[in-house]
Design a protein around this ligand. Structure first.
Ligand SMILES: C[S@@+](CC[C@H](N)C(=O)[O-])C[C@H]1O[C@@H](n2cnc3c(N)ncnc32)[C@H](O)[C@@H]1O
Length: 233
């Protein structure tokens, strides 16, 4: 924590760990699963799938050599990790919530790709290693600017190539009341979505020596996010 802000990284991680091992696990594993959902949540599932398809396309365009390793930072229930593994990539799948990692492992076993994935309960701020690419979807949206920059700095230092990630750009008019998760009726079930200003994004890029190569706004029903592709200058 620094003197100009009340952000406390440790407390924030503790809150996220607890949420994603509890209510958050139930909520997101149903969205990322196959069970029948409300219309609103169905659009979140569909929007998330659109985002992942686009991110996968960007990754494939890199033509990475066989046996490349991709870090899936904040892997959730393993949707993207399993897709990567099924397409020949080696994967490091990391999540702060043990329940998410266990679910990812179960899913990977059921798809027969567990040998391609190295699972770890860890945070995006602390994970180590060197990877051909790093992906981080719908995780950084839970971080205010300071935490975002810290986590992004670590992830950027781990990639030899791109970092492909989503975030919530700041929008003064809409204030993104309906931003991913923020529309659910029960307050306690909400995920707080944090918006990042252009200025802070610029700072994160400058600090890490990264440059934005591609971006695409993904809006589908109640799912809204910015998908970004950055790599070292
Ligand atoms: C909304 S889910 C997205 C999961 C996955 N990336 C996807 O798009 O399918 C957010 C995930 O980020 C994880 N997470 C949140 N903060 C994290 C952190 N600091 N380090 C690692 N994982 C984190 C949560 O446990 C949760 O699984």
């Amino acid at each position: 924590m620094n003197s100009t802000s009340s952000f406390n990284a440790e407390e924030h991680q503790k809150m996220l760990r607890s949420y994603f091992n509890g209510n958050g696990f139930n909520r997101w594993s149903s969205i990322y699963g196959n069970e029948k959902l409300s219309t609103v949540r169905t659009t979140v599932r569909q929007g998330h799938a659109v985002m992942m398809d686009r991110a996968f396309e960007w990754l494939q365009q890199l033509n990475l050599p066989d046996n490349s390793t991709v870090l899936d930072a904040g892997c959730g229930t393993g949707l993207f990790s399993i897709r990567l593994a099924g397409n020949g990539y080696n994967v490091k799948a990391v999540d702060i919530a043990a329940q998410m990692v266990n679910k990812s492992r179960e899913e990977a076993i059921s798809k027969g790709v567990e040998d391609k994935i190295n699972f770890e309960v860890n945070t995006i701020e602390s994970v180590k290693g060197t990877y051909d690419a790093v992906v981080c979807f719908d995780v950084l949206i839970h971080y205010p600017a300071e935490g975002f920059i810290e986590a992004f700095t670590n992830l950027a230092s781990l990639t030899k190539g791109p970092i492909i990630f989503t975030y919530a750009p700041y929008n003064r008019i809409l204030a993104f009341q309906h931003w991913l998760g923020g529309f659910f009726p029960k307050k306690e079930r909400r995920t707080t979505i944090q918006m990042i200003t252009d200025e802070n994004m610029k700072k994160a890029m400058e600090q890490t020596g990264m440059v934005v190569k591609n971006r695409e706004k993904i809006s589908f029903g109640f799912y809204h996010t910015m998908l970004m592709y950055a790599e070292r200058k």
